[in-house]
Design a protein around this ligand. Sequence first.
Ligand code: ATP
Ligand code: MG
Length: 422
Amino acid sequence: MAKLSNVFISGGQPTVTYNPRAQLHLEDKLDEYLDMGHKILAITGPTKSGKTVLVRSKINLEKSCWVSGGQISTENDFWETVIEKYEGYTDYSKTESDSTELSDESGVDSGFDVKLLKMNGKTSSTETFSTEKSISRSRKLSTKAISTRLLIENLNNPIIIDDFHYIDQEVQTKIIRYLKDLIFDGLRVIIISVPHRAYDAVKVEREMTGRLIQMEIPIWEKEELEYIMRLGFEELNLVVPQELIDSFAKESFGSPHLTQDFCYKFCSRNCIRETLETETSLEKLNNESIFFREMASDTSKVAFDRLSRGPRQRTDRKERTFVDGTKGDIYQAILLAIAKTGPKTSLTYEEIRNALRNILEDQVPEAHEITRVLDMMTEISKTHIEGEPVVDYDKELSTLYISDPFFAYYLRWGTNIPKLYD
Ligand SMILES: Nc1ncnc2c1ncn2[C@@H]1O[C@H](COP(=O)(O)OP(=O)(O)OP(=O)(O)O)[C@@H](O)[C@H]1O
Ligand SMILES: [Mg+2]
């Protein structure tokens, strides 16, 4: 008997519905790396594609050091995280009863009693003679020194830096340089990031020449998403129509996160809270578009509104008429055109242009105008929208990527654009 909330889990670590994606050998590759070591493993994959879930399913969290990129602004933050994980200290002191025997100046040998928690600053030491025969010493170690010491003591425990792309590039380089010797000594280091920040990996490569293993997590195929649904519905003793499974897979835009969300909401709407005693068949959704529209997230609305507004210092933009009689400027026209393609999550310039032709009553804007807007949207995505950029136009490949499945979903269901499909 399982609770619904333990079956379909979106935004957390699924167990019952965990799909190892065996045919991709992701777990095998991870195991192989953990066995072999002496290199960095760089895992990349689109946002919400299951990078964190994969690593967490294989790593013993107790015995590893998990660093969240979002928490790291400086190198020192990194060292502090290691110290916190291994409950290390930077201030040591000890008292010895026989002063004449005390000759060790460094004071970092065994026998020290821990007195104080972390402190920043350079290494220093002091000595105090309290009685004729006793001496007390304290020594402050830098966060870097103590972090190194703890990592050496825990060489067999992997260190994972999740959302590595959130870390400032300069800090990223410093961290990799810092870890280099430890990797040589056997420390396993896994970094997780999104692929359109491929330059992150390139920089790491430069640092690590020949000692970087790349592992890409592809977006999910329909069958892989179906696998999640099958596991979950079976666990709850439910039979659902194939049509519903097909539609959930299609609307997931390759992300298991959306699949888990749909299934949870669908069961919840049908008042299923836990495994049913007898196998029960559920009907398909009676109004699919209402169900999907309700699930479009507000986060993506913010991104959409921001993109459709364009740059702040807007010059008077030409108003354009769309085939449905509504009006909008070039930013709205392009978003609408993208949405009308499905949206596809990767679109060439030509595809965007053709889509514009289909939705505009007026003439299609000039090529340079379109590319200028695509560049601007990319810029807005990077600098004015929180989280991962939702769109990214690659000038060299003349291709626009919708890198966020939630944003693609919003384009399809969150705006009034869907009306144009019917
Ligand atoms: N292997 C899996 N089997 C079933 N569901 C999964 C799997 N991987 C991910 N999911 C679902 O997708 C959600 C997001 O996964 P995860 O957090 O691992 O993605 P991510 O790639 O790390 O995303 P981000 O780039 O935002 O960090 C999970 O909470 C879960 O609902
Ligand atoms: Mg993640």
